[in-house]
Design a protein around this ligand. Structure first.
Ligand code: CA
Length: 229
């Protein structure tokens, strides 16, 4: 069963999300507070995707996100944001979320995002691949989905891993933001291109010596990004 956690304190929105996800074949666990959500995740390590509301009675969704990421890099996280939370979107992504959906959202939009992330987090069967890709000081193990730089493990989210794999399979090739979006988030993803930049910024912080003067992930102005190792 494809397990998903929905954290939302407004019961009308939560029911709307739950009904639509169930209809699409997901098993949905529900939480109305951050504390509840963390307990459910602790008891259900097989949850692959979590939807997190931001404004909650006990803690905010970003705190929940950070708490999840502290122990779990494999789960996919989507923030449910209100239209007025433009800056919160960015903050949410920087604290370890993979994507966000802006309220009010349609069932189709929500499902497209959840399905895409579910596939990326390895919920669907992944093709057999046992190679290790080496570029410069980096070594990407595609069997256990880990990255090392000079032999030291760098903890990546599943989205970050997928971006690294795309880069390391295409050294020296300028990749457009549209191409990255479609390769990493899926062809049916209809979110914003900005999500690419936000993830790139976060990835740079993790893998570059100086993220403001990147050596490996370089910007191709007005186009996208290029891997240079
Ligand atoms: Ca709320």
């Amino acid at each position: 069963m494809k397990k998903i956690l929905t954290l939302e304190d407004e019961s009308s929105i939560r029911s709307f999300v739950v009904i639509n996800l169930k209809r699409a074949g997901y098993e949905v666990l529900e939480a109305a507070t951050g504390k509840e959500a963390l307990e459910i995740l602790h008891d259900n390590p097989d949850i692959k995707v979590a939807l997190l509301d931001i404004m909650l009675p006990d803690m905010d969704g970003f705190e929940v996100c950070r708490a999840i990421r502290a122990t779990n890099t494999g789960i996919g996280i989507i923030m449910l944001t209100a239209r007025t939370q433009e800056m919160d979107k960015i903050t949410g992504l920087m604290t370890g979320a993979d994507d966000y959906v802006t309220k009010p959202f349609s069932p189709a939009e929500l499902l497209a995002r959840v399905d895409a992330l579910y596939r990326r987090t390895g919920g669907a069967s992944a093709p057999a691949d046992d190679g290790v890709i080496k570029r410069g000081p980096f070594s990407l193990n595609t069997r256990n989905r880990t990255l090392e730089k000079n032999g030291e493990r760098i903890r990546l989210t599943q989205i970050e891993y997928t971006i690294m794999k795309l880069f390391m399979e295409n050294p020296g090739k300028a990749l457009s933001r549209e191409e990255i979006l479609s390769q990493v988030w899926g062809k049916d993803y209809f979110g914003e291109l900005k999500v690419v930049d936000v993830n790139m910024r976060r990835l740079r912080i993790k893998i570059e010596e100086d993220s403001t003067n990147p050596e490996y992930i370089t910007t191709v102005w007005g186009y996208g990004y290029k891997w240079g190792a």
